[in-house]
Design a protein around this ligand. Structure first.
Ligand code: SAM
Length: 290
């Protein structure tokens, strides 16, 4: 049996009781280590579970899936994912491979950022498509996430922006020389995401486009949700570009049409309460101009 087990978001002890029992009984336990992280780290998890964990990076999961699935038809193998196993698109592939090999699978769910984001006060029912914001490089500055945010805002929907994680990256030089030397991991901050969005707003303004969001659009930054030191701040996109959110992981939400209760909740986290004064909750058409 292949078990996909969610670990939750904040702490080693967020694993469910059933998840923990299965982890302790499996013959091998993999820890997926590229779509999300628990800031407590692998050692703390091993100590709490009383099990050795095998780190599974993107290469292992995508190119050596057969090794993960080895003997899973006759013994139990656990694949641990921070958050919920299906809070990332990547793990359907492992399930499909298991099914093809005649291996049964079971999922033990847990909290995901996709549901925990509701802690900021914006209602989960009012979110549209989630987007990923990737790190820009000198040569590659994609803007496709802006167009998805635009579509959500036109429908009055909020947008959860998941922010890029780069682990085991090689510099072009090391890649060309075939040297397996990796750059330090990088986790996109709310500030970096806001700065990239502000740049796109500026680009679109210069093109004369009607803007889907501006410097003054109300957004929410969330860091380390579920951990004891989680940090949430609500304010304009411009304001969030300078708030210090501390260590990873971070997410950014772009508001859509807000119910008065949602606004009241956001005010609890306001960077500057007066930023919320101009918002007319009754009229969703104001969102294209705010
Ligand atoms: C692929 S997604 C989510 C994966 C995870 N399996 C889940 O269900 O939450 C990873 C992204 O979610 C966001 N994220 C995950 N955990 C977070 C947390 N505790 N606080 C804030 N953002 C988080 C970050 O933007 C991160 O880059």
């Amino acid at each position: 049996m292949l078990y996909l087990i969610g670990l939750g978001l904040g702490d080693a002890k967020d694993v469910s009781v059933r998840g923990l029992e299965v982890i302790r009984s499996c013959s091998r336990v993999y820890l997926e280590a590229y779509t999300s992280i628990l800031s407590v780290g692998k050692d703390a998890l091993e100590e709490f579970y009383g099990r050795e964990l095998i780190l599974a990076d993107r290469e292992t999961v995508e190119q050596e899936a057969d090794e993960i699935l080895r003997d899973a038809a006759i013994s139990d193998v656990a694949f641990l994912v921070v958050g919920d196993p299906f809070g990332a698109t990547t793990h359907s592939d492992l399930v499909l491979r298991a099914a093809k090999a005649g291996i049964q699978h079971r999922v033990i769910h847990n909290a995901s950022i996709l549901s925990a984001v509701g802690c900021c006060g914006l209602q989960l029912y009012n979110f549209g498509e989630a987007v990923s914001i990737v790190f820009w490089s000198d040569a590659w500055k994609p803007e496709s996430f802006y167009d998805k945010i635009r579509r959500n805002r036109l429908s009055g929907m909020h947008t959860l922006c998941l922010l890029d994680i780069k682990v085991k990256e090689q510099s072009i030089e090391n890649l060309m020389r075939g040297k397996k030397i990796f750059e330090p991991p990088r986790y996109m901050t709310v500030n970096q995401a806001a700065e990239q969005l502000l740049q796109i707003v500026q680009n679109r303004r210069e093109l004369g486009e009607e803007l889907a969001l501006t410097e003054n659009t109300i957004c929410v930054g969330l860091a380390r949700v579920g951990a004891p030191d989680q940090h949430i701040a609500a304010g304009t996109l411009q304001q969030l570009s300078t708030v210090d959110f501390g260590g990873p992981l971070h997410s950014l939400v772009i508001s859509g049409c807000m119910h008065p209760l949602e606004l009241d909740m956001l005010r609890l986290f306001a960077v500057e309460p007066s930023s919320f004064d101009q918002i007319n909750v009754e009229d969703s058409s104001t969102y294209l101009s705010s």
